[in-house]
Design a protein around this ligand. Structure first.
Ligand SMILES: Cc1cc2nc3c(=O)[nH]c(=O)nc-3n(C[C@H](O)[C@H](O)[C@H](O)COP(=O)(O)OP(=O)(O)OC[C@H]3O[C@@H](n4cnc5c(N)ncnc54)[C@H](O)[C@@H]3O)c2cc1C
Length: 526
C-alpha cells in the first residue's frame, strides 16, 4: 500500500516534517494560496513549491474530490498511431464551434510531456506488456485513453501528485478548511476567508472543481457545489459559458444506491443500451449508436424513459466473456455488486446525471482571471478548451496541463506585495450543511428547469425564483450558480453542444459566441 492509500493525517500535514507545531505565519500568510486539492490544485502546488510557501486547502478530506472518482481515464496523443493534430481535431469537433483553438492546442501539445512527467513522479498507468495500454471513448478517433487500475485513473494521478507535493518543503495541505470568500484589496485579490479567518497571499488559485451538486441528480461528490464560481463572481470576476453543463448518460439508478457513474469506457468496450422493453434504441438516434456524443445519448435516454414511463434504461455488458467486466472495471463491478447488480450477468439500470461544467471562471491560457492576482485551473476554470461540450477524458488532462500553466504565471506574482487593507465582502461566511431544505429545493429546480432539455418558460421561472437573495448563507453559492446557469441558458437562444433548447433546437449564426457575465449580472455575448 502506498502513502496516499494509507490515509493522511487529515487535520494538518506539514511537509517540513515538523508535525505538531503550528506554522501560523505560513498557514495564514503563505506566498501562494491554492483553494482545492484535486488534480489541478496539487499539480499547481508542485510547480509553485520552489518559489515560496504554498498552502493547499480542501473543504473536506483531501481525498474527497472529483479527481478521486474519475474512472475512465486521461486522453493523450501518445500511442503509435495517434497524433496531437488528431486529438486537437476531435476536441474541436466535440466543442461544437465554441472551443478556444489556442487553448486546445496548448492542451494537446503539452499533454504528452505532462503525462511522461506524471509517470516520472510515480503515476502507474495500465500497460499491455511494457507498453502503455490505450482504450477508446466516444468521439475519439484513436485509442488514446490511458487508465490506471482499470477504472481508478483520477485516484492514481491524485495519489502520485499528492506524494510529490507532500515531499516538497514549503507545501502545506489542510483538509476540512473551507474558503467562504475571496478577500480584495485596492486592485485585486489579496487572500481568502478560511474557516472565517483571513489568509493573505500574493496570488490565489481557484482549483475548486465542478458544480454538479447544484443539480438533483449528479455523479459529482458533495464538495462540487460551484463554490469557486460563486466566490469569483461575488468578487467581480468574469464568468464564461456557464450554461454548458455536460449530463452523463449513464449513472446507476437504483433506489438507495448512490448516483454512481458507469463510465463511457463500458460502452467503449461494447456495452449496449436497451430500454425497459428490451429494445436496443440508440440506432434510432445516431449512426454511432452507443458511441454517439454524450449529449445525444443523454437526450435519447430521456426520450426512451418518457416513452416507456420507466425511470431508467438498461446498460448491458453481459455478452462479454466471463470475467471480462470484473477484470477491466474492478471498481465499477464491485460497486454495482454491492447494490445487487452483477455486471457479468446482468444489465444495470441507468439514467442521466449532471457530470461536468464546461464553463466557469473565465481565464486566459495562463490561468489568469479578470481580477488581478486571482487565477483558476481545472474544472472551475473556463479556458475555452471544452467549448460547448467536453471530449471524454480531456478534463483530467486539462487539470494537469493548465494547473501547471497557472502556477507558472503565479510565479510572476511572487515579488509583488499585496497592498491591503482587505475588503471583506458583506455576507457572512457560509457553513456548508448537506440537509438544508432550501438546498433540496434549489437542486430540484435546477434539474427541472436547467437540466438536459431546456426551454424559455422553465428557465424564466428559475430566473424569477432566484431573483431574491439566498434564503440562508448555507445555500448562497448554489443559489448564485443556478441563477447564473439559468440566466445564461435563457439568453442563449440556440442549441449547441450540451446546451439543448427545445424551443431553439438549431445552432445560431455562423460564429459561435461566448456568454460572459460580469458583476452587473448582465449576460453579454462575444
Ligand atoms: C464520477 C466522475 C468520473 C469522472 N471521470 C473522468 C474521467 O474518466 N476522465 C476525465 O478526464 N475526467 C473525469 N471526470 C471529471 C474530472 O474528474 C474532473 O473534471 C477533475 O478531476 C477536476 O479536477 P479539479 O482539480 O479541477 O477539481 P476536484 O478534483 O473536484 O477538486 C476540487 C477541490 O476543491 C476543494 N474545494 C471546493 N470548494 C472548496 C471551498 N469552498 N473551500 C476549500 N476547498 C474547496 C475540494 O475539497 C477539492 O479538494 C469525472 C468526474 C466525476 C465526478
Amino acid at each position: 500500500m502506498r502513502p496516499f492509500d494509507r490515509g493522511v493525517p487529515e487535520r494538518r500535514v506539514c511537509s517540513m516534517r515538523c508535525r505538531g507545531c503550528y506554522h501560523r505565519h505560513l498557514l495564514m500568510q503563505p506566498d501562494f494560496l491554492i483553494i482545492g486539492a484535486g488534480v489541478a490544485g496539487l499539480r499547481a502546488a508542485v510547480e509553485l513549491a520552489s518559489a515560496g510557501s504554498v498552502l493547499v486547502v480542501a473543504k473536506e478530506s483531501l481525498r474527497e474530490s472529483s479527481s478521486e472518482y474519475a474512472q475512465g481515464g486521461i486522453a493523450v496523443a501518445l500511442s503509435d498511431d495517434d497524433e496531437v493534430e488528431l486529438h486537437e481535431r476531435d476536441t474541436l469537433s466535440a466543442g461544437d464551434g465554441l472551443c478556444d483553438r489556442a487553448a486546445v492546442r496548448a492542451l494537446v501539445r503539452e499533454g504528452p510531456a505532462a503525462i511522461r512527467q506524471l509517470i516520472d513522479w510515480g503515476a502507474e498507468f495500465d500497460r499491455e506488456g511494457c507498453k502503455l495500454a490505450f482504450s477508446r471513448e466516444a468521439a475519439h478517433s484513436r485509442n488514446r485513453i490511458l487508465h490506471a487500475q482499470g477504472d481508478s485513473t483520477g485516484r492514481e494521478i491524485a495519489r502520485a501528485l499528492y506524494s510529490k507535493a507532500a515531499s516538497l518543503p514549503g507545501v502545506t495541505l489542510r483538509s476540512y478548511s473551507s474558503i467562504s470568500d475571496l478577500l480584495l484589496d485596492g486592485d485585486g485579490v489579496a487572500g481568502a476567508l478560511l474557516n472565517g479567518e483571513p489568509v493573505r497571499a500574493r496570488a490565489v488559485l481557484l482549483a475548486t472543481g465542478g458544480l454538479g451538486r447544484v443539480f438533483l441528480h449528479t455523479t459529482n461528490p458533495d464538495v462540487a457545489t460551484g463554490d469557486g464560481v460563486a466566490m469569483a463572481y461575488r468578487a467581480g470576476a468574469e464568468i464564461q459559458d456557464i450554461e454548458f453543463v455536460q449530463f452523463h448518460p449513464t449513472a446507476l439508478h437504483l433506489p438507495g444506491a448512490p448516483c454512481f457513474l458507469l463510465s463511457e469506457a463500458l460502452r467503449g468496450e461494447g456495452a449496449q443500451l436497451r430500454n425497459t422493453a428490451g429494445d436496443r434504441f440508440m440506432e434510432r438516434y445516431h449512426p454511432l449508436r452507443e458511441m454517439a456524443p454524450r449529449d445525444v445519448v443523454a437526450r435519447a435516454i430521456v426520450s426512451e424513459m418518457a416513452a416507456t414511463g420507466a425511470p431508467h434504461v438498461l446498460l448491458d455488458l453481459s455478452h462479454r466473456d466471463a470475467g471480462f467486466v470484473r477484470a477491466r472495471f474492478p471498481r465499477i463491478y464491485r460497486t454495482c455488486l454491492r447494490y445487487g447488480v452483477d455486471l457479468e450477468t446482468q444489465a444495470a439500470p441507468v439514467a442521466p446525471a449532471a457530470h461536468y461544467a464546461m464553463g466557469g471562471v473565465r481565464t486566459g491560457l495562463d490561468g489568469r482571471t479578470s481580477l488581478p492576482r486571482l487565477y483558476a485551473a481545472g474544472e472551475v476554470a473556463c479556458t475555452g478548451v471544452h467549448g460547448a461540450n467536453r471530449l471524454a477524458s480531456n478534463s483530467l488532462l486539462e487539470a494537469v496541463v493548465f494547473g501547471a500553466r497557472a502556477a507558472r504565471a503565479m510565479l510572476s506574482q511572487s515579488s509583488a506585495e499585496p497592498r491591503g487593507p482587505f475588503t471583506v465582502l458583506p455576507e457572512p461566511p457560509a457553513a456548508p450543511t448537506a440537509e438544508n431544505p432550501a438546498l433540496a429545493g434549489i437542486r430540484t429546480m435546477a434539474w427541472r428547469c436547467c437540466g438536459i432539455i431546456r426551454e424559455a418558460a422553465g428557465l424564466a421561472e428559475a430566473c424569477r425564483l432566484l431573483e431574491t437573495s439566498a434564503p440562508s448563507p448555507e445555500v448562497r453559492n448554489l443559489h448564485a450558480v443556478v441563477a447564473l446557469i439559468a440566466r445564461c441558458a435563457l439568453a442563449r437562444e440556440e442549441s449547441r453542444g450540451a446546451h439543448f433548447r427545445s424551443d431553439f433546437p438549431e445552432k445560431r449564426g455562423r460564429v459561435a459566441l461566448h456568454s460572459i457575465v460580469q458583476r452587473d449580472g448582465e449576460v453579454r455575448f462575444r
